[in-house]
Design a protein around this ligand. Structure first.
Ligand code: C5P
Length: 299
């Protein structure tokens, strides 16, 4: 069995709408998700049994250290994979196999970029490959959704409409090759906190998801940029005025549109081309060191 290296790219939300609340406290969502060119690297080294994890932390903004145990979603993904492989779901310490996970972490945590979910998805894909593809894509997604609602999307990547709790995926024509600037403000935001504060009767401006799917399909960058909405801004922005400040700075620096990603606090702006994005990044990075110019990518 050979070592595998897998990329774990971040995502942004071109739209995020909340349609209702489920009895288990989760929410019914409609989101247009897009993979971006900022990624963790996951190297999987086979070992006889057990899971171990090492991390080189290249994240820019100071945040909590990366857990090197079952507190890390990548670890739990490996555990879930081996449990399923050995037919011992629900038990830890499966004897079906083991892996040492070496992670290079670049995606900021608690940032609205699905960094943890991306790592979990990369571990599932990498292990499935290493073990000769024992699980079909839908089986892997079923393992993934129990780890986190964004994991099925991260397994697939690219441009997708995500519905249900985020696990019902409809691929959209590629929206790759567009340039954005991403800023992670220097504080974390807890997703459960944001959802718990959300009032369904006061979501503010909601996206026209169907219209946005068409604009994405047409590759209409300006139309997409103007139509982007994220109802979670309604909760996160008043709590952290810096988010609105960054959005305004991006617009002033030429962004066609700027929004928060996921539950925040990361903010991205779409730019007309790479040069415009790089110029804006060079300005923004002086104030917010965790700032990147990256393209949208397919996977
Ligand atoms: O599934 P995941 O662990 O990523 O979700 C984190 C939190 O986000 C959940 O505990 C829940 O509070 C919230 N959430 C939600 N509805 C969703 C997805 C996530 O309320 N569809």
């Amino acid at each position: 069995m050979q070592t595998r290296t897998v990329m774990a790219p971040a995502k942004i939300n071109l739209t995020l709408d909340v349609l209702g609340r489920l009895p288990n406290g989760y929410h019914r969502l409609a989101m247009i998700m897009q993979t971006i060119g900022l990624a963790d690297t996951i190297c999987l080294e086979p070992q006889a049994e057990g899971i171990s994890l090492a991390c080189e932390d290249l994240r820019i903004s100071g945040s909590d250290p990366i857990p090197l145990d079952a507190g890390n979603l990548a670890w739990r993904a490996a555990e879930a994979f081996f449990a399923r492989l050995g037919g011992t779901e629900g038990h830890t310490g499966s004897r079906a196999g083991g892996v040492h996970i070496r992670m290079t972490k670049r995606i900021p945590s608690a940032a609205g970029l699905a960094g943890g979910s991306a790592d979990a998805a990369a571990v599932l894909r990498g292990l499935n490959d290493m073990y000769g593809l024992p699980f079909a894509a839908d089986e892997l997604a079923a393992i993934g959704v129990r780890l986190g609602a964004d994991v099925p999307y991260c397994l697939r990547g690219g441009t997708c409409l995500a519905e249900g709790i985020g696990e019902m995926l409809t691929p959209l024509p590629s929206f790759a090759g567009h340039w954005l600037v991403l800023v992670k403000p220097p504080f974390p935001v807890s997703t459960p906190w944001v959802f718990s504060r959300l009032r369904l009767d006061d979501l503010g401006e909601r996206p026209d998801t169907a219209a946005m799917c068409r604009l994405v399909a047409e590759g209409d960058l300006a139309g997409v940029a103007v139509g982007m909405r994220n109802v979670l801004e309604r909760v996160t922005e008043p709590a952290h005025p810096e988010i609105a400040m960054i959005r305004e700075r991006m617009r002033a620096l030429g962004a066609l549109g700027s929004r928060m990603s996921g539950s925040g606090p990361s903010v991205f702006g779409l730019f007309v081309d790479e040069a415009a994005a790089r110029r804006a990044q060079a300005e923004l990075v002086r104030e917010w060191p965790a700032c990147w110019a990256v393209p949208t990518v397919d996977e």
